[in-house]
Design a protein around this ligand. Structure first.
Ligand code: ZN
Length: 134
């Protein structure tokens, strides 16, 4: 793991939350990106070397919609940057962590991602992300 790449926060209304986080961080988001395969709309803010990702559901059966239904708005996941996602996935699986996807999949912000099941990580959803090769 290289560093915390971003923290994902589930929100009900991306437009409102973009204003809120702009006020909080003192700068606006630098991109908005929809990830149709995940049923989410995302926006990203830079904070030093780290990012905040806001996630809004785009359909009722989106994982974000289900998360908010169960737990309300709030911290959804922590993402760690990795150099080689496949070797990290293999290493973590060997350590007994449960991978939610067996193959890296495309995520927002030009990344390949893999999620770890929260039941194997003290209740925190963990995302691994690697910059997509050019
Ligand atoms: Zn994320």
């Amino acid at each position: 793991m290289l560093k915390i790449e971003h923290i994902g926060i589930a929100v009900k209304d991306l437009e409102k939350s973009n204003e809120l986080f702009k006020a909080l961080l003192g700068r606006p988001h630098y991109k908005i990106e929809e990830v149709p395969t995940e049923g989410v709309n995302t926006s990203f803010f830079m904070v030093g070397n780290n990012k905040i990702e806001l996630l809004e559901a785009t359909k009722p059966d989106s994982p974000i919609a289900k998360f908010i239904e169960k737990r309300g708005e709030g911290t959804h996941h922590i993402a760690f940057a990795v150099n080689d996602i496949r070797s990290e996935m293999a290493r973590l699986e060997k350590e007994g962590f449960i991978l939610l996807n067996k193959e890296p999949k495309p995520g927002a912000d030009n990344k390949l991602v893999c999620f770890l099941h929260p039941k194997s990580t003290n209740g925190v959803l963990i995302e691994l992300c690697q910059d997509k090769p050019e």
